[in-house]
Structures are given as C-alpha cells and as structure tokens.
Design a binder for this molecule. Structure first.
Ligand code: ASP
Length: 343
C-alpha cells in the first residue's frame, strides 16, 4: 500500500501570516504559529505535514538573492525526506523567487508549490485558506505512489501555474497572478483538474542538482519614448555590470537612433549580456520582424522570446552565476531550460 505523502511547508513571510499593527494599522510579518492556529483543517488533509519558518518572516519586498539561496538550502537538506514542498511567500515578488528557484534546481522530480494570499489568514474574507489548503493537496497529489507534478509551480485563486511563466497582475483582485504565455497546469473546482499535456515530465532518473551561485550585477532597463542617451549610458556603464534585461516595445522593438545602437554595441563588446524582452503582458519578441529590431538582431542581442521579465532576470542571474562561456551564452539563453520560454 502506498504511504501517505510527506509535505514540507516553508513559511518565508508575506501577507498570509501577517497581523495588523494596532498603532499604525499597517500589516507586518508575524510568526508562523499564528498561521497554523487559523487553519485547523490542515490536520484533515491526507498527507503528513511538517513545517519550517524563516527565523524572521519577511515582507517579500525585502526578498533578495541570499534568501533565495536560504530557501534552496531548506529544500536541498530535506529533498529526499519529502514528496513535495509548499512555500508560503509574499505575493509582491513571488514570481521572481519562484522563477529563480526553478532555474536553481535542475532535474526536479517532485512538486514545489509557491503560494500566498491577498488578505491575512486571520481576516474573515481571507483567500489564504483556499490557497494554502489546495496547494498542499496539489503537492501531495500522486499517481501510483509518484508525484503528479515535478516542477516549480505557483498556486493562486483556483489556478496552478508554471511558476516561471507567471507575473503579478493585480494588487487588489484575489486573482493576482497570470501566466499569459502558457496554459495553467491545474484548476481547482469541485475537483482538482490537472492539465497533463502541459506539465513537465519528471526527471526521475537524473540526479537532482542545486545551483547556488547567482550573479547579482544585473539590471532591468525599461525603455520608454524619449529615454535619453545620458540615462541609458549611465546604466550601461555601471561598473561590474554583467547582464541587462532590456524591456523593449511590442515584438522586441527599440529606437533605431545611432547613439542607442552604439551604446548597446559597446556594452556587448565588454562581454555584458543583453536580453531583449517585451514590455507587453503577452506575446513574444521576434527580432527582425520590424525594421526597429533588425539592428538589435544584427549586433547580437539575446531574444527573450516569450519569457517574462521576472524569469528573464532570474535566468540571466543563474546562467551568469554558472559562468556559462561567452560563446555559448546566447544559444543557451534562447533554449528553454525549465519550460520558461517557447522552443
Ligand atoms: N507585501 C506583501 C508581500 O509581498 C504582499 C503579499 O503578501 O501579498 O510580502
């Protein structure tokens, strides 16, 4: 008989476990025990649940790469002990962390589900209970004793997404996330419906690897009509800069002005990587489709295709941290590593 799935719940902070400070009325990270007492239903789930919390839970606006590694190490230490992981995280930067973890773990063969909420667990209208309970159920879902999912996912408001395809789209709606370029992996209604055709196949026979080196000397540069030469120059000339995620217009278009192209060229010649991603919520970069992207293609900008900005940043930091050789960087970036972009 198959044994009961073992799930580790990791609390990093975020609204889900916050309380309202009497004096200021502001929400503040609180301790994990507070969270658990509000969901007695957890004991009824068909899995054995253990939990661990960041020593000091944080608002996810304070998230950084050290915390990413800390989170990775929590998963690494107990990777073989559990069948799945649920990570509670503030919703503001959850797509960044979840995208980063998707790259930092290679050959994943079990689910890691990120979730959070828009209202604290103690609020009467909270969305936290459903998000948490269903995330645990999903993490514990198995067929013939093997987890159904083997990737980093994000669950919010009845939908399970591939984490590195998500972006936060609302600070107000319970439906705070979207995955505009990739279908959801499961939907929760009366039944939990998994979308098998879009799930990543498990890497059961490959050894899991945890990558902890992340390059932090990177920047996201969002173009806008009228952006000046001095602004772009001062960003691209940052000392130690190693990578740029350039948010361009539409299908990867940018100004054709000489000074702009020259600045990009100079940056590339220094070995700094530039990834072209679109500012649009959905769709993808097609270099060469318009005259306004031909030069970007000719000078060797990397196409981010349909990747999200969050995922492009995480992938850049990961590949730079891995010290991928210069000559292969573009080709490796343009290849989907964890289902984060189209082929
Ligand atoms: N500011 C909170 C955070 O990201 C918002 C949330 O959890 O939804 O930690």
């Amino acid at each position: 008989m198959a044994s009961t799935p073992k799930i580790l719940l990791i609390y990093t902070g975020g609204t889900i476990g916050m309380i309202r400070e009497m004096k200021t009325g502001a929400l503040k990270a609180f301790d994990f025990d507070n969270l658990l007492i509000h969901i007695p239903e957890l004991s009824q789930l068909n899995c054995s649940l253990e939990s661990v919390s960041f020593e000091t839970p944080i608002d996810s606006s304070n998230m950084n790469t050290h915390y990413w590694v800390q989170l990775l190490e929590i998963v690494e230490v107990d990777y073989h002990k559990y069948d799945g992981f649920v990570i509670l995280h503030g919703s503001d930067t959850m797509s960044y962390t979840a995208s980063a973890l998707s790259f930092m773990i290679e050959n994943l063969s079990k689910p890691i589900i990120f979730t959070g909420s828009q209202l604290p667990i103690g609020d009467i209208r909270t969305d936290a209970k459903e998000n948490l309970i269903t995330s645990i159920e999903i993490a514990a879902s198995q067929i013939k004793g093997k987890p159904i999912l083997s990737e980093v996912c994000l669950y919010f408001e009845y939908k399970l997404y591939r984490a590195n395809r998500t972006t936060k789209v609302s600070s107000e709606q319970f439906e705070a996330y979207d995955s505009p370029n990739y279908p959801c992996l499961a939907e929760s209604g009366v039944h939990l419906k998994f979308n098998e055709t879009h799930q990543k196949p498990p890497s059961r026979f490959k050894k899991v690897k945890f990558h902890k080196k992340i390059e932090t000397q990177v920047v996201i540069l969002k173009l806008f009509p009228g952006i000046t030469e001095s602004v772009i120059k001062s960003i691209l000339e940052i000392e130690e800069l190693k990578g740029v995620v350039l948010e361009t217009f539409g299908s990867g278009n940018a100004p054709t002005e000489k000074w702009f192209i020259q600045l990009l060229k100079k940056t590339l010649n220094k070995g700094i990587k530039i990834v072209n991603v679109t500012q649009c919520l959905s769709g993808n970069v097609v270099l060469g489709l318009y005259e306004t992207s031909i030069q970007l293609q000719n000078i060797g900008l990397i196409s981010g295709k349909d990747i999200t900005t969050e995922s492009a940043l995480a992938k850049t930091m990961y590949l730079l941290g891995k010290k991928v050789p210069n000559a292969q960087f573009k080709q490796i970036f343009e290849t989907p590593l964890r289902g984060e972009m189209l082929k």
